[in-house]
Design a protein around this ligand. Structure first.
Ligand SMILES: O=C(O)c1ccccc1N[C@@H]1O[C@H](COP(=O)(O)O)[C@@H](O)[C@H]1O
Length: 231
């Protein structure tokens, strides 16, 4: 059973970048959306990116950005993955990703009336539109584009989709163990739940969150062990 990958999103300071890496994060997210309290410019990203060690993925998050804006960020520093978190259509995501030759995740902002079939259909549309599509990120629909700290009903995620999704939206040290054990996502993504204030991370919250996610992995491992012993 693979361990759940962990992304810490909304890094704006060198000390937060190091706190996330030291705690064992697999990926760090940088928000290139000017209206976000976690916004960093491409020039600021160039400074932060100098601190990135090997094998830690940098994820560039955009909301309805232009090709020029995405290209500026990719030129500023290493970018492993794009995250489109606005109203981008499958065709727009495909064009942006192809322009900079990078894979992308697409945020699906889940509403109370979203169904599992909606999620599967959306995933199929993005997959068909681009060879650069690398999976859906599930977030909660709110009146902002993201980073709002709100949870959605995880039970609507189809079992067959879960191993391919990034689960986000209102995760915290208090719910991530259960989220990993219940949903079994490929990865979890958190921003506001590990902050001291908007845009400022708390190193202790990051470490506690990663420990709690690992506790979810341990729960799954122990369940698998019991299942294999009783069969
Ligand atoms: O973090 C932001 O400011 C942000 C702005 C616009 C779109 C997405 C944003 N963040 C992403 O939102 C989800 C959920 O965050 P949270 O953990 O509930 O605060 C996450 O994927 C962030 O990457």
């Amino acid at each position: 059973m693979p361990r759940t990958r962990i992304k810490i999103c909304g890094i704006t300071r060198e000390q937060d970048l190091h706190a996330a890496i030291d705690a064992g994060a697999d990926a760090l997210g940088f928000v290139f959306y000017p209206k976000s309290p976690r916004y960093v410019t491409a020039a600021r990203y160039a400074e932060l990116a100098r601190e990135l060690p090997p094998y830690v993925n940098a994820v560039a998050l955009f909301v309805n950005a232009t090709v020029d804006e995405v290209s500026d960020v990719v030129a500023a520093g290493p970018v492993s993955l794009l995250q489109f978190h606005g109203d981008e259509t499958p065709e727009e995501c495909a064009a942006l990703a192809a322009a900079v030759q990078r894979p992308f995740t697409r945020a699906y902002r889940v509403k109370p009336d979203t169904t599992g079939a909606d999620l599967l259909e959306s995933e199929a549309q993005y997959r068909a539109a681009s060879p650069w599509f690398s999976g859906l990120l599930l977030d909660t629909y709110v009146d902002a584009y993201g980073g709002a700290g709100k949870v959605f009903d995880w039970s609507l995620i189809p079992k067959e989709l879960a191993p391919r999704v990034v689960l986000s939206g209102g995760l915290s040290v208090h719910n991530v163990t259960g989220a990993v054990a219940q949903v079994r996502p490929f990865a979890v993504d958190i921003s506001s739940g590990v902050e001291a204030s908007k845009g400022i991370k708390d190193a202790r919250k990051i470490a506690a969150f990663i420990d709690a996610a690992r506790a979810g992995d341990a729960t799954l491992l122990s369940q698998e062990h019991h299942e294999s012993q009783s069969s």
